[in-house]
Design a protein around this ligand. Structure first.
Ligand code: FES
Length: 104
């Protein structure tokens, strides 16, 4: 596993969103209502990017077909529970930075 620094903690605020590219992955870092989420920037429905979506509480609504993924509930799809959910990653805090650990 390797640690990838994403952002300084002091730069995070409610409404924060930023896309990070790590290798083949595009990851979306979000802070909303004092909670932080790191999600694969790819909708599990049709693979469109999620960073153009909107946050409604803890739910990320995809801009393409309006499916909502509850990031506070393992990324589950709200409208279609059997639909694969958004893929979440665990944030890792290291001093003043927040990042993620991914396989080498
Ligand atoms: S591509 Fe996201 S809801 Fe269809």
């Amino acid at each position: 596993m390797a640690f990838y620094r994403l952002e300084k903690i002091l730069n995070l605020y409610d409404g924060y969103r930023r896309v990070f590219r790590i290798g083949e992955r595009s990851l979306l870092l979000i802070q909303e209502r004092d909670r932080r989420y790191l999600v694969l920037n790819r909708c599990p429905h049709k693979d469109f990017p999620l960073h153009t979506g909107t946050m409604v509480g803890s739910r990320l609504r995809c801009a393409y077909h309006a499916m909502e993924f509850d990031l506070a509930n393992q990324g589950k799809c709200v409208q279609h529970p059997l639909q694969p959910g958004a893929q979440l990653f665990t944030l890792v805090y290291d001093g003043v930075d927040v990042g993620v650990e991914l396989p080498d």
